[in-house]
Design a protein around this ligand. Structure first.
Ligand code: ADP
Length: 506
């Protein structure tokens, strides 16, 4: 059994559960692996990355660059151009020209061919894309290799399939593309978010100006190199790097027809205010505080695996992360014990190690935010348990952590933590589970674990969440629409429904 930390506070539930027989997980001591590092010697990073505008790499008019660092080592990887309003204007103008002269005139089947080429080139470069994603963002290589990169290229394949079948997508109604789409994405799934936004926009005949997040710009820039290589016509996709001011300049530009934003609820609200009355179309995919709801009749080991997958495998850096666990009171102690034993086996450390389960927190700022909210949870009286795992001395790391005895009104039960921190609450009846799950300003996703299909459907009808997973969690597919309710935003991305965000239907 893993040795608890000296300062570990045990809940009554955990204390009671500790005296029960061992369940088979024996903690970190029996799970030693030799390091298995992904090789990086073959990668050649440029010292400076410029802006990708009109199919060329151009120096920013701002003359400014900012470093992007590896959060696992705190070492800089490269300098990246910081686009100002003039640079954004150049990118929008180039997207407009490409829209008017090339992309909107191309036969849909020709657009499809470009999308297929992008998808295939991503597959060919999958290993390097995964390594760079891990180095720039901190997520474990097994996540970027097995999930992010394959799902990103799947989005291009899927939308290539739609490009020449759009006549069937809107019930036979006429449609036309919107024009220039400004797309702003966050740091949690940098390449996947870029693919998720660019692929449907291009399939529907729009051109794009994309702004990646300031802490994870590199894979979007590698994607631009793929666009060059497959000879995507110049200006069809432009990439402007920078921070909030660059995004704000894109939102404010008068010749942008549509803004697609994924990020925090605060910035989403600001964007909504900024474009009000401008006629621009908008989709917002914002924060979440998803509940994983575990009934006593659920397959509990499977549920524990789903809970771990939902909140810990991505350092909790997922807007739809299952950051609240609602567990039926009668199995609370058992689930907490199984969860603690399972978490104690998780390996936290170098994200480039193929055995690592939990990598680095994306930035110092994010780590401080997590620490602040965890301290607030303790101050509000919840009982904290953190894995006794050793953390690397350098880099931004946080141990997988859960709280029991969480009050409904406490900050950790309401605020998005965006870290590997789970708040555990209990319920006695399905009605109470629904009420507690919906008691949040968010509504992005939820998970239901039960042996009874009828109960899953009953819950799904009542849960205010864009996605409800049954006996699984965090499953994605390009053909499934994704999006939220309430302060998690509006509009859907993915699937047939996601296409309507990029066309005007007559
Ligand atoms: P997170 O908390 O996930 O970092 P943010 O909402 O701060 O989310 O950032 C998501 C994206 O929005 C990033 O690309 C960021 O640079 C951009 N951004 C931040 N502030 C603004 C703004 N005022 N207008 C437009 N984009 C912004």
């Amino acid at each position: 059994m893993a040795t608890p930390r000296k300062n570990e506070k045990k809940t009554d539930a955990v204390k009671a559960a500790s005296s029960e027989p061992d369940l088979g997980f024996t903690g970190e001591s029996s799970w030693q692996y030799e390091p298995s590092l992904e090789g990086t010697d073959h990668l050649r990073f440029e010292k400076k990355y410029e802006l990708f505008i009109g199919g060329r790499w151009v120096a920013p008019k701002s003359k400014k660059y900012f470093p992007t660092i590896n959060p696992a080592t705190e070492e800089p990887i490269a300098e990246v151009a910081e686009a100002n309003a003039e640079d954004v204007d150049a990118a929008v103008r180039s997207a407009r020209t490409a829209y008017d002269k090339i992309w909107s005139k191309l036969r849909p089947a020709e657009r499809a061919k470009y999308l297929y080429r992008i998808a295939r080139a991503m597959q060919e470069k999958a290993r390097d894309l995964a390594i760079v994603e891990t180095m720039d963002g901190g997520k474990p290589i097994k996540e970027s290799r097995d999930f992010d990169v394959p799902t990103a290229s799947a989005h291009f394949f899927y939308h290539a399939g739609w490009a020449d079948k759009l006549d069937l997508a809107f019930h036979g109604r006429p449609y036309r593309p919107l024009g220039v789409a400004g797309q702003i994405i966050p740091w949690n799934f940098p390449l996947l978010m870029a693919a998720w936004k660019i692929a449907p926009a291009l399939a529907c005949g729009n051109t794009v100006v994309l702004k990646p997040a300031e802490t994870t710009p590199l894979t979007a820039l590698l994607l631009a190199k793929i666009f060059e290589e497959i000879e995507l016509p110049p200006g069809v996709v432009n990439i402007v790097t920078g921070a909030g001011a660059t995004g704000a300049a894109l939102v404010a530009h008068s010749d942008v027809n549509k803004i697609a934003f994924t990020g925090s609820t605060d910035v989403g609200k600001r964007i909504q205010g900024a474009i009000a009355g401008s006629g621009k179309r908008l989709t917002l995919e914002l924060g979440g505080k998803a509940a994983n709801i575990v009934f006593a009749d659920a397959p509990l080991d499977q549920a524990v695996e789903g809970i771990v997958n939902g909140i810990f495998f991505n350092q909790g850096h997922v807007c739809c992360a299952g950051s609240r666990l609602l567990v039926e009171e009668s199995v609370h102690d058992l689930v907490v014990r199984k969860l603690r034993d399972r978490i104690a086996t998780m390996r936290v450390g170098n994200p480039l190690d193929k055995n690592t389960d939990l990598g680095a927190i994306n930035s110092k700022m994010q780590l401080e935010k997590i620490r602040g909210l965890v301290a607030a949870g303790e101050a509000e009286g919840a009982e904290r348990w953190s894995s006794p795992c050793a953390l690397p001395k350098k880099g931004f790391f946080f141990p997988p952590t859960f709280f029991t005895n969480v009050a409904q009104a406490s900050r950790i039960a309401h605020e998005e933590i965006f870290g590997p921190v789970l708040s555990i609450l209990t319920f006695r009846t399905p009605d109470e589970a629904v009420e507690k799950a919906n008691n949040t300003m968010y509504g992005l996703s939820a998970g239901v674990w039960t042996d009874k299909g009828s109960k899953s459907f009953w819950m799904a009808q009542r849960l205010q969440a864009g996605v409800v997973w049954a006996n699984t969690f965090n499953k994605f597919d390009p053909s499934s629409p994704f999006g939220g309710y309430k302060e998690s935003g509006f509009g859907r991305e993915g699937g047939r429904q996601g296409l309507s965000s990029y066309v005007e239907v007559g």
